[in-house]
Design a protein around this ligand. Structure first.
Ligand code: SF4
Length: 252
């Protein structure tokens, strides 16, 4: 069983495959909360802080999450969705943290079907969960966008960096790359050293840096600093096309 927060057909807005038509599956729940990203929202009259997908992280929203407990029914549903699109899109499994469900039978059955059906699947993950590639070999065929969190997430290093998990993913998967979320403050302080420490775990991977920004105005406050930072250090700049175009994240 896994929780699905939303699903929608759109264009991948960030990272290596930015611009690619993609069907998004957003799972519910995360092992981090990333209050440092500073998106504010209100639950039962209480103001809380989190990332731009707080609705998929904070269990206060779980009543609206859909329980997927029958793989065959969900696979039939996906087939219908792809038929309506008219071609097989790239599939992006995001969250929250989708790999919290990596060992779940229903989740793995759906994922394996996607791969067998000839679909390219990207996991957008914080890179903290260790995957057993021996027991769940289909994951070798996934693309992993390793969005490892830096100190600007507000999470302690012991929670946000799992060297073993990152190494297992980069060693065993067909494709993986790093994607870091930066704001001006961390660029002016520790971003380069923090990134360097993480990419040293597997130095050959491509590195994308993108601006923090749950809305267009926040994005515009950080984009130029990230752009210049990428030029200075030889990293790839990633925009957030969906925010740039729609000024919001949910369902686009
Ligand atoms: S790891 Fe990602 S989804 Fe989870 S709280 Fe942090 S930014 Fe949000």
């Amino acid at each position: 069983m896994f929780y699905l927060v939303e699903e929608f057909f759109s264009i991948q807005g960030e990272g290596k495959y930015a611009g690619t038509p993609s069907y998004f599956l957003r799972t519910g729940g995360c092992n981090l909360s990333c209050e440092g990203f500073g998106t504010s929202y209100c639950v039962n009259g209480l103001v809380k802080y989190g990332c731009d997908t707080y609705f998929a992280v904070d269990s206060s929203f779980s009543a609206s999450w859909q329980k997927i407990d029958d793989a065959n029914t969900f696979i039939s549903h996906l087939k219908t969705e792809f038929d309506a699109i008219g071609y097989l899109p790239h599939v992006v499994i995001t969250g929250g943290e989708p790999l919290l469900y990596a060992r779940d039978k229903v989740f793995y059955t759906v994922f394996s079907w996607l791969i067998d059906y000839g679909i390219r699947v990207t996991f957008e993950t914080n890179g903290v969960v260790e995957i057993d590639f021996y027991k769940f070999p289909a994951y070798k065929k996934a693309i992993f966008a390793l969005s490892v969190k830096l100190s600007n997430s507000g999470e302690p290093i012991s929670k946000r960096i799992n060297t073993t998990a990152i190494k297992k993913i980069t060693d065993n998967s067909d494709e993986s790359f790093f994607k870091f979320t930066l704001n001006k403050e961390i660029i002016d302080s520790s971003a380069f050293n923090e990134i360097q420490n993480i990419i040293n775990i597997c130095p050959s991977k491509k590195i994308f840096c993108m601006p923090v920004g749950e809305c267009r105005s926040t994005l515009e406050a950080n984009d130029k600093a990230v752009f210049i930072f990428c030029m200075k250090h030889g990293f790839n700049y990633s925009d957030r096309l969906h925010i740039r175009i729609f000024d919001m994240t949910q369902g686009v």
